[in-house]
Design a protein around this ligand. Structure first.
Ligand code: UN1
Length: 512
């Protein structure tokens, strides 16, 4: 319709879009295959994109390597000023871009705008950071010597992003990488390339106004074939990848084989422990938002509730009631809580997990299923569901990217923490309790083993100011706030002798 066309044209999206961009240049090889992008909201085609060939990819890397030579010489606070302007431009485009995130990916409009807000926030963070890329100074053991360390730009940062946060996760990487003096080559998910095209246009107009060389921000379209080229490419010192554990293992192996750096943000299997000392209304809202927000497709989605036996039945009833109130439907309609899954493959995985859960002994207290009929024509809308399970079930150990919530009972806090930690993944975790000893035990060295551990907050919806990522199969990377910037730079230790002698360290005498 008209609204869709206006927004697409505001964001620079054509009917058929080129396979790569190095900035001003948008291009494709003649043989580039064309892929249609269909919205999970209504099953309508939005636009098409061409996929990059290896030759396209190579052109991008050559351009990026060239641009790096200039960009690394721009003072960091000046680079920060350019990122500040990107933040300003994102503020202007927040409604359009938030809408397109919602329409292309299927998350609620509020969450689509929230995602753009995360981008704006990381821009602000990066601007401040551009004056704070601190190294330490050390005291030399030798007289009239000075020691310090400094951080230098690394080079090309390859960014592989997932469909579920199609633009925010890229921005966490790109904004930090840019203030650090790196150049970025972004391969967005082949399921959500249009929002990436929109971002490239926004960045490009800021870069052009500031006469930044072409190649500082690059976009390559494609599927895992392009990801593989990047992972194996020695011209790309850092590959930052978000997605499944299977993908992360492949990236890590390829990058590791050439001793490059990878930053991995992979699957989660996040739990909330609900204690007998919990505020149950906080627990309920935190759990339901965590489980059904983004239709269960966040890596921070709440997948397990570990509930104290004394309040288990009460909480179960409250939960079932809350689920009965959920409105599932078009995410662009702000009255709805839950939108569609990304595509029919995701629906298939959801249905298979429900079957597997039943076969393994799970008991559904809120039944799932595919929705059909008016408003559900895309075939991607499913019912959020809740099952009583045991933590060791194979299906419970596995991350299904869908709104399936598992309930598990516990007696002692030690047991609850043990259950929470007894999965292969280690991203986000939470406890709801008003009991100080429980909260502190959960956060202690013998508590949660995750990268994120919260008290009286659910597992999803982290702020950008903290380092984001997790342990074990989550991949170990940290993105976004705190000192996550360090991975985007190379560290150099410098020792300067301003004496007239050459004293050696460790007291060694070497006389000629
Ligand atoms: C993701 O799902 O990959 O903490 C990122 C959150 C969001 C980011 C999630 N701020 O839920």
């Amino acid at each position: 319709d008209n609204k869709t066309q206006t927004i697409l044209s505001n964001l620079g999206i054509n009917e058929v879009n080129e396979a790569f961009s190095t900035g001003k240049t948008w291009d494709s090889a003649a043989e580039a295959a064309i892929h249609a992008i269909v919205s999970p909201v209504n099953g309508q085609k939005i636009a098409s994109v061409k996929f990059s060939t290896p030759a396209c990819y190579n052109k991008v890397i050559v351009k990026a390597a060239d641009a790096f030579k200039q960009w690394r010489t721009v003072p960091a606070p000046k680079r920060g000023d350019v990122v500040r302007q990107i933040g300003d431009s994102l503020r202007k485009h927040k409604d359009d871009l938030g809408w397109l995130v919602s329409y292309e990916m299927g998350k609620s409009l509020q969450e689509g705008r929230g995602e753009v807000q995360e981008m704006i926030d990381i821009c602000d963070f990066a601007v401040g950071l551009s004056r704070q890329l601190y190294g330490l100074t050390m005291h030399s053991e030798r007289p009239q010597h000075r020691m310090y360390e400094q951080y230098h730009p690394l080079g090309i940062v390859g960014i592989i992003s997932a469909f579920n946060f199609p633009v925010a996760v890229w921005s966490w990487n790109a904004m930090l990488a840019w203030v650090c003096g790196d150049v970025c080559v972004w391969k967005p998910s082949e399921k959500t390339p249009l929002t990436a095209i929109a971002c490239q246009h926004i960045v490009q107009s800021v870069f052009e106004a500031n006469e930044i060389p072409e190649g500082v921000s690059c976009l390559v379209m494609g599927d895992r074939a392009i990801g593989e080229l990047m992972a194996n490419d020695t011209r790309v010192p850092l590959v930052s990848a978000t997605g499944s554990t299977r993908m992360g293992k492949a990236v890590s192996a390829a990058v590791g084989a050439r001793l490059g750096k990878s930053l991995l943000e992979l699957g989660g299997n996040n739990a909330i422990i609900i204690s007998e000392h919990a505020d149950l209304s906080i627990a309920l809202t935190g759990a339901v938002f965590g489980a059904v927000g983004t239709a269960g497709q966040r890596c921070t989605t709440t997948r397990r509730l570990i509930i104290h036996q004394s309040i288990y039945d009460t909480f179960k009833q409250k939960l079932a009631h809350a689920y009965s109130q959920l409105r599932i439907g078009n995410p662009l309609d702000e009255r709805n809580h839950v939108g569609p899954l990304i595509d029919q493959d995701a629906v298939e995985a959801y249905l298979q997990s429900i079957d597997a859960c039943k076969a393994q002994g799970g008991k559904f207290i809120v039944e799932g299923g595919l929705l059909s009929g008016e408003g559900y024509e895309s075939g991607c809308y499913v019912k959020p569901c809740v099952a009583e399970v045991e933590n060791h079930f194979e299906i419970v150990q596995h991350e299904t990217f869908a709104p399936i919530l598992y309930l598990i009972k516990y007696n002692t806090l030690d047991e609850a923490i043990h259950l929470q930690n007894s999965v292969p993944q280690g991203l986000s975790s939470a406890i709801i309790t008003n009991h100080l000893r429980e909260a502190e035990a959960f956060l202690s060295a013998s508590g949660s083993d995750c990268g994120i551990a919260n008290v009286n907050i659910g597992t999803s919806g982290a702020e950008i100011g903290g380092a984001f990522g997790g342990e074990k199969e989550t991949g170990g990377g940290r993105e976004s706030g705190s000192d996550a910037w360090k991975v985007y730079m190379r560290r150099q230790t410098n020792t300067i002798n301003y004496s007239t002698n050459l004293p050696l360290a460790q007291g060694i005498q070497f006389n000629l």
